[in-house]
Design a binder for this molecule. Structure first.
Ligand SMILES: [Zn+2]
Ligand SMILES: [Zn+2]
Length: 322
């Protein structure tokens, strides 16, 4: 099969992914073989390819938002959570997203930048019929983790919620917030992102350094920047929560406890997703007709697509089609 293979991490401008023929994957017991129909691209892929997330293997095929077809024709989704041990303290607590020995699709095992992949049967999620392959792919990471971020931030119906940064994940969280009757405030750099936020019905849209006009109940940060976390914190009411939706952050600058965190404000991180998050979100997405804005790339264009993502040159989500 054809695949985009990473053997040496490097800046995406140097085209580190090799597009080449590799042996077809063979499912082990408890796994299923999937023909990849579409695979979403994610900032985490960029961190893997560029080495900000340290390599776990000599060679890996990235991609963890896989819409695949089983040999019997059934359609499944595969997310970043490729499996858990089922035995650790966190698995027993029902917090499988925190599992001590997780399997990460497209990082600790091969993912979906390929014509075929294998997945754990338990972690292949049956997909709702109402949405197309291209519509579902970005939902499987950007969408699900955006949804989990809303849960981690404790968003209640009708609240004032800030989205700091407006890429693939935030643009999928916004329609969910609107469906819940929330007022949505978006701070983001790039006029294209601001236009998209307005078009999707944000109540207020500002630039990176602007502050929402009213204190927020919840804020979710999507940029890999500690400065953005502080900006979000500075926008909260007392008792408000910032949820950080970033697997990697540059650094969090020193900040003033008395004015920014006192008053029972909270900062929380969002780590991975559970299968329940994925199922609940996909159900809601099909219910509210969540149709992500998508830019399609061929498998051969994987490097170019990652570079465009790095440069914030893509509206909404990038999807690879083998
Ligand atoms: Zn992802
Ligand atoms: Zn576990």
């Amino acid at each position: 099969m054809k695949a985009a293979v990473l053997t040496r991490t490097a800046g995406v401008a140097s085209r580190p992914l090799e597009i080449r023929e590799v042996r077809d994957p063979v499912p082990a017991p408890g796994q299923i073989l999937l023909r990849v129909r579409a695979c979403g691209m994610c900032r985490t892929d960029l961190h893997i390819v560029e080495g900000e997330l340290k390599p776990l293997r000599d060679r890996v095929i990235p991609g963890h938002q896989i819409v695949g077809e089983a040999p019997d024709g059934a359609r499944f989704g595969v997310t970043w959570m490729g499996g858990v041990d089922g035995t650790c303290e966190y698995c027993h607590r029902g917090e499988e997203n925190l599992c001590d020995v997780p399997v990460f699709t497209g990082y600790s095992v091969d993912g979906g930048y390929a014509e075929f992949t294998v997945a754990g049967s338990d972690f292949a999620i049956p997909l709702p019929a109402g949405l197309t392959d291209l519509e579902i792919a970005p939902l499987l990471c950007a969408g699900v983790i955006g949804f989990r971020s809303l849960r981690v931030a404790g968003v209640q119906r009708g609240e004032r919620v800030g989205l700091f940064g407006f890429g693939a994940s935030a643009h999928l969280a916004l329609p969910v917030l609107r469906a819940w009757g929330c007022r949505v405030y978006v701070c983001t750099r790039g006029s294209a992102h601001r236009k998209l936020a307005e078009w999707l019905g944000a109540d207020w849209v500002g630039a990176e350094r602007d502050r929402p006009p009213t204190p927020l109940d919840r804020a979710i940060t999507f940029a890999p920047s500690g400065n953005v976390v502080i900006a979000a914190l500075a926008s909260l009411r007392k008792g408000g929560v910032v949820a950080i939706n970033a697997i990697h952050l540059d650094h969090i600058p020193e900040f003033d406890y008395d004015s920014l965190l006192w008053g029972e404000r909270q900062i929380r991180s969002v780590a991975n997703v559970t299968r329940a998050d994925a199922r609940d979100f996909l159900e809601l997405a099909s219910e509210i007709g969540l149709r992500p804005k998508v830019t399609v790339f061929r498998l051969e264009q994987a490097n170019e697509a990652l570079l465009a993502m790095k440069n914030d040159a893509i509206d909404g989500a990038a999807v690879l089609v083998p």
